[in-house]
Write a new protein. Structure first.
Length: 190
């Protein structure tokens, strides 16, 4: 039996993520080694495109994960986990907290190689604006720089910031010629 027909029967002719019945096709879950139904979901065009493109996410569409995350099928659970992680906001976080994946399934979910891990950590400035590597910011408070013996004044611009990978509240930037760690709550994106 082909992967398509296997998925067609497993899905009962519905998108396994949102339940839509139109334009269904096989979505192979990356990283793809061998094409098998166990490592794929049957998905409508909308789900397919958004799963395939991390930059294109219609949050409201993914309310459907409320249901599909409870699937018994590992492949569906993995994609639900990845999309919830990717969307990364308060309601998806609530669902993720409720979700339980066996260790090996969680490992698979994290093995996407498309930066899902990195997306869990998001740096935001004092206004909640997302900070990216290389952004410019302005200090909104006088900061005593420990060990360096100077105060970084409020209003000081810092260019080309570096995001600290394992801490969403820390960025690095050069002030007075020195690379220092700055708390995101004291900066504003410029
Ligand atoms: Zn769908």
């Amino acid at each position: 039996m082909s992967v398509e027909s296997e998925l067609e029967s497993r899905s009962e002719g519905k998108c396994e993520m949102c339940g839509d019945t139109n334009g269904l096709k096989v979505y192979d879950i990356p990283p793809i080694e061998i094409r098998t139904a166990n490592k794929a979901v049957f998905a409508c065009n909308t789900c397919w495109e958004q799963m395939d493109n991390p930059d294109d996410n219609d949050e409201n569409h993914w309310r459907c994960l409320n249901d599909s995350m409870w699937s018994e099928t590992d492949a569906i659970k993995v994609m639900a986990w990845r999309m919830l992680t990717r969307l990364n906001n308060s309601w998806t976080q609530n669902l993720l907290d409720m979700m339980y994946l066996e260790d090996d399934i969680l490992k698979w979910a994290k093995a996407s190689g498309e930066g899902v891990e990195g997306m869990i950590i998001i740096h935001k400035d004092s206004n909640g604006v997302i900070l990216n590597q290389g952004d410019s910011i302005v200090l909104i408070k006088d900061l005593d720089v420990k060990g360096a013996g100077f105060t970084a004044k409020r209003g000081t611009p810092v260019r080309n910031i570096n995001l600290v990978n394992d801490n969403p509240e820390h960025i690095e930037g050069k002030v007075n010629g020195q690379r220092i760690v700055i708390l995101t709550q004291f900066v504003k994106k410029s």
